[in-house]
Write a protein that binds this ligand. Sequence first.
Ligand code: NDP
Length: 296
Amino acid sequence: MTDARIIDGKVYSQNVRDSVAAEVAELKAKHGLTPGLAVVLVGEDAASQIYVRNKGKQTEECGMLSVTRRLPADTAQGDLVAIVKALNADPAIHGILVQLPLPDHLDSNEVIAAIDPAKDVDGLHVVNAGLLANGQPALTPCTPLGSMIMLKETLGDLRGLNALVIGRSNLVGKPIAQLLLQADCTVTIAHSRSRDLPALCRQADILVAAVGRPEMVRGDWVKPGATVIDVGINRVPSRDPVAAAEGKTRVVGDVAFDEAKAVAGAITPVPGGVGLMTVACLLQNTVTAAKRQAGL
Ligand code: NDP
């Protein structure tokens, strides 16, 4: 059996960004509308700082307005909610993203609930989750959106395929399952209490891993020819023992890539897969939000 086709996040995310940039140019030229994205970052979490910098850079590269609000780690709940509400009222801002996780003293549910659903480009507000569950136009979380683009580009028609999603978070697992259902897949959602996960995986034509456990899904769990979407981003010690002793790390997914690639039909790498699509789809969601707010 030949190795799986690699689903290259660089190629797909570049395509999404190119189409976003073209749409932004048209919105500016025809309607004088510049989509604006505000990202709110509370605290000094190193990974979040990198994500937020990346989002700002890519937003500007697509011709959009990028606003970053950096707040100290001890920001009070009321102050954070007030900042979100001010962004809701700002006509130059069409998308608002509060970078998660928030410091422990803050209630993320209350903060998300304060975001105007029309500007909720992370798709986490209950209104957007409800619209998605109802099959109505919603702002959909970015990682699920990116995963579906990759699946549709790889497989074309998904109708009738068995899809297994491992993970049931509001950010990834549940919305991916909803989108797979909308695409007429037969969907199973697995989680930490599921029995015999390897057997569930072996039935899946589409296997989506969104767990947060490094290389948990082994090669012999994968159905031959299946399409594997690895959402996981996990830091593990570097392969080189000297570097590992110095605290150096590398990023791996939730799937044991080398094993799975020998069995799957197609697979996303980590890094270089789903993660790149997430930011690209955030830009796409901002354009979608701007157009809807302008009645276009
Ligand atoms: P959460 O921690 O919110 O959810 C993890 C899910 O995995 C839970 O539903 C949990 O089950 C399930 N789970 C945990 N252990 C097991 C197990 N042993 N067997 C089966 N299921 C298990 O994580 P997220 O959904 O936010 O993120 C998942 C992964 O995706 C992480 O690695 C994260 O870093 C990554 N991620 C990547 C993004 C990207 O852009 N590529 C974006 C967002 C996240 P239960 O509900 O029972 O606890």
